[in-house]
Ligand binder design. Structure first.
Ligand code: ATP
Ligand code: MG
Ligand code: MG
Ligand code: MG
Length: 439
């Protein structure tokens, strides 16, 4: 992409409405534009990263055999009356009426809708296990939308639902989701710690939230510092292997890590004092096993081996895809701008031409651009006639991992400069060496 043709409305000043760094940088880097409170347009740069996050989520879900699908955003209130949640959900639900006077709503989540799909088509235990998911916009009329995409009213969520014959199978689905979530966050360069959360009115121990530690997080968390040393890494996981998935769940959830909702001072005090931490965190996902709550109320039953009609065991599992953009920035930035982890960067590197219009510099940039593109990378070439300082500031703000700086003086010696966004270190080398370094 050539910057001269890209839509990147960078702001020089800090927007007054942005109270936290991720919101500030997302506005300044022209990634989002507020349409109304908690509702945003995603401009090309923001949208590009959102798509990258979605791709990672899709890949990791599908590795575990979970099937992508798509449900509508506007749902019928009748389904929610069946589960009893139409009245329970309260003011966070955006309620609509169509021209025929039917009650509709903009989905804040989709348990009812997927359960309806399931009961219409599945009758036998032979069709289980089944896990489907979608990445779709949700609407929650939050009391205090704030922090940009972190707490929006309209936001993008991955929501997955499992249907199983037995509790044991459903807990395997729960464990699978835990593993896929850990992989997803690690690929995004994030550490998200599974923490025991509140089961709410349904109760039970089977819910974990995933939290990214950050001072600006809205959740209060308590944990054993050893939990921050555990990584999944590149290990092979067989998602059909119940014992392996269970072992990973235990590895990640045995040490103390809880949100304030389930925090228990007495148990926490058993952790050696030097390892006790209290901090703030951003909730980037939650997994939940809720048994037969929806299958009973909505009649989602299958026949088992003995020809008995039994309600299926279900769980639902969410990732806050649009919130993750903010969380990644909170976790990875400096005073000049964003520092994208390699796995999610919108472009692999930037090319800065110090003297646009100089034949030699232009040609060298074009060659670099062509070679990087040929190698399967996406460079962002700043080909505008701007001052070098302005070009550097833009590159630092949008946070690409590498910058290649090309100018007539270096070219006389056959070199360009390669700068790491993360360390700030620069090195001179031939254009060929620069390409090899970045590939
Ligand atoms: P929160 O506690 O932040 O209100 P939640 O527990 O209500 O979130 P869930 O129902 O668990 O949210 O939804 C799954 C995921 O969707 C959350 O873990 C979070 O990452 C994301 N999410 C929820 N509400 C919002 C929102 N208003 N804006 C952006 N992302 C959200
Ligand atoms: Mg909420
Ligand atoms: Mg929550
Ligand atoms: Mg939650």
């Amino acid at each position: 992409m050539r910057l001269s043709r890209y839509f990147l409305p960078v702001l020089k000043e800090n927007p007054a409405e942005a109270a936290i760094v991720s919101h500030r940088y997302m506005l300044r880097a022209g990634m989002i534009k507020q349409a109304s409170a908690g509702i945003y347009s995603w401009l090309p740069l923001g949208f590009k990263i959102l798509r990258k996050l979605e791709n990672i989520v899709h890949e990791e879900q599908q590795k575990a055999g979970h099937m992508p699908m798509l449900m509508p955003t506007v749902q019928s209130a009748d389904l929610w009356r069946e589960s009893g949640r139409y009245d329970d959900y309260g003011d966070e639900m955006l309620r609509l009426t169509d021209r025929h006077g039917r009650d509709m709503l903009y989905g804040p989540t989709n348990e009812e809708q997927i359960t309806d799909t399931f009961r219409s088509h599945v009758n036998s235990y032979k069709d289980l296990p089944l896990t489907m998911y979608q990445i779709q916009w949700k609407f929650r009329d939050e009391r205090r939308p704030r922090f940009g995409v972190m707490r929006g009213r309209e936001f993008l969520m991955k929501d997955g639902y499992n249907f199983d014959l037995t509790k044991e199978d459903a807990l395997h689905a729960y464990n699978r989701h835990l593993v896929t979530y850990l992989r997803t966050y690690e690929r995004m360069g994030l550490q998200a710690i599974p923490m025991r959360a509140d089961g709410g009115p349904i109760g039970g121990d089977y819910t974990h939230e995933f939290l990214v530690l950050a001072e600006t997080g809205e959740s209060e968390v308590f944990y054993d510092s050893e939990v921050t040393d555990i990584k999944l890494g590149q290990r092979d996981v067989d998602f059909d292997d119940k014992a392996q998935c269970q072992a990973i769940l235990e590895e990640f959830t045995t040490r103390y890590a809880r949100t304030d909702e389930t925090h228990d001072e007495a148990i926490f005090n058993e952790v050696p004092e030097e390892r006790r931490r209290s901090a703030r965190g951003i909730e980037v996902g939650q997994i939940f096993y809720f048994g037969t709550k929806y299958s009973e109320s909505m009649g989602a039953k299958v026949v088992d081996e003995n020809q008995n009609q039994v309600p299926v065991h279900m769980g639902s599992h969410g990732i806050g895809v649009s919130r993750l953009l903010g969380a990644i920035i909170e976790a990875s930035h400096d005073d000049k701008g964003i520092i994208w982890p390699e796995g999610v960067t919108p472009f692999h590197c930037g090319i800065v031409n110090l003297k646009q219009g100089d034949d030699e510099a232009d040609a060298a940039c074009e060659d670099l651009y062509a070679a990087l593109t040929k190698a399967g990378l996406e460079p962002l070439y700043d080909d505008r006639k701007e001052r070098a300082g302005g070009k550097f500031a833009t590159m630092d703000l949008i946070g690409l991992p590498w910058r290649i700086t090309v100018g007539p003086r270096g070219l006389k010696n056959g070199v360009v400069e390669v700068t790491s966004r993360k360390t700030g270190e620069s090195e001179e080398m031939t254009p060929e060496a620069a390409i090899n370094k970045i590939i």
